[in-house]
Design a protein around this ligand. Structure first.
Ligand code: PRP
Length: 173
């Protein structure tokens, strides 16, 4: 498999713990957090993140999609929504990566209609050419504008299970 490691498992785990410590501090006087994982990509980051949190959390998920065969169509589709009311609750959305910010913009608007007490966003990765830096409250790593895979991120559905973040190697012919 021609994959070059961009962020190692150890680096990810260290950074996830740092983010959890920061989140823990920020929410310690707020009571419960509803952690909303944006499927599918966020499942691994969310699972690791919540394990470090001792503030009370409820976990929920929603699924949106904007990529079709690895191409960003720019159109965000809601495939399924939260399973619990979040009115008056503190929501922390968890993403694997933020790129154009289209998904986040859509989700912020959508969740606002449910009247939460607050909404914040944690994303493991942020594309350096991304257009939504100000929207993301907790960022794990800024990555170059390349197609990244692993730790939840896929290429045509594969590679999500890798414990590290990688990029495809360019093979010389
Ligand atoms: C990916 C990723 C984000 C979004 C980021 O989701 O998980 O939700 O794209 O891109 P944007 O900032 O340009 O909107 P994708 O549609 O690939 O679904 P997946 O999580 O199921 O892989």
């Amino acid at each position: 498999m021609n994959i070059k490691t961009l962020i190692s498992t150890e680096e990810i785990q260290k950074r996830v713990k740092e983010l959890a410590d920061q989140i823990e501090k920020d929410y310690k006087d707020k009571g419960e957090i509803v952690i909303v994982g944006i499927l599918k990509g966020a499942f691994m980051f969310m699972a690791d993140l919540v394990r470090h949190l001792s503030v009370p959390v409820r976990c929920d998920f929603l699924r949106v999609s904007s990529y079709d065969h690895d191409v960003n169509t720019g159109v965000v589709r809601m495939e399924f929504d939260l399973t619990q009311p979040v009115e008056g609750k503190h929501i922390l959305m968890v993403e694997d990566i933020v790129d154009t910010g289209n998904t986040l913009r859509y989700l912020l608007q959508h969740l606002k209609t449910k009247n939460p007490a607050s909404m914040k966003i944690a994303s493991l990765l942020y594309k350096e050419k991304g257009a939504a830096r100000e929207m993301v409250d907790y960022i794990g790593f800024t990555v170059p504008d390349k197609y990244v895979i692993g730790y939840g991120l896929d290429s045509e559905g594969l590679y999500r299970s890798l414990p590290y973040i990688g990029v495809f190697k360019v093979v010389d012919r």
